[in-house]
Design a protein around this ligand. Structure first.
Ligand SMILES: CC(C)(COP(=O)(O)OP(=O)(O)OC[C@H]1O[C@@H](n2cnc3c(N)ncnc32)[C@H](O)[C@@H]1OP(=O)(O)O)[C@@H](O)C(=O)NCCC(=O)NCCS
Length: 149
């Protein structure tokens, strides 16, 4: 298990974005570099990068509509999973939501994504609805929310 003291979570920059150009699929096989670039360029979106020592081990993107933080994605590099990096990233996002006095956090997650759902439930996200065939017109998504205030 990694020590959170060795993990640094910082804002993604144009420079750190480049790291993902040829290996985004090692983090999330359903994302693309183009999508991540669009997120970084979207003024309503914030993307973060997680470094373990000097290695990039994860990223997250969130949107900030009024009153809420919407988690667009949390992804951990495949060979670093199940070592609590996802947990530390989510804790950072919750910290951001609290600092910004947001009322709730929301996200969509594939109903078959058991580890992600386990992670979110651990932090009291609740399933509040389902979007049918949300992913590639096949898999359903749970809508999950967590009250901050
Ligand atoms: C979801 C994801 C971010 C979790 O990251 P992670 O660093 O592996 O998460 P953690 O190590 O903090 O584990 C979270 C929980 O899932 C469980 N888990 C994760 N991987 C596991 C595995 N391979 N086997 C058993 N349990 C596992 C952990 O036990 C933990 O629960 P616990 O704290 O009660 O023990 C990661 O699997 C990922 O990047 N998936 C692809 C992208 C994705 O689907 N993101 C979610 C989009 S909404």
């Amino acid at each position: 298990m990694i020590d959170s003291k060795n993990l640094k979570i910082v804002q993604m920059t144009e420079d750190s974005l480049k790291f993902f150009e040829n290996n985004i699929l090692d983090f999330d096989e359903f994302w693309s570099y183009k999508l991540l670039k669009q997120e970084l360029e979207n003024e309503n979106s914030t993307c973060l990068v997680a470094y373990l020592d000097d290695k990039v081990v994860g990223f997250a993107c969130l949107w900030e509509p009024p009153f809420e933080i919407h988690i667009n994605n949390i992804a951990v590099k495949k060979d670093y999973r199940n070592q609590k990096i996802g947990t530390f990233i989510l804790e950072e996002l919750i910290k951001i939501a609290k600092e910004k006095n947001k009322e709730e956090m929301t996200l969509e997650v594939n109903v078959n994504n058991i580890y992600a759902i386990k992670l979110y439930k651990k932090y009291n996200f609740e399933v509040v609805g389902t979007r049918k065939k949300y992913y590639n017109n096949t898999d359903d998504a749970f809508i999950m929310t967590k009250k901050i205030i």
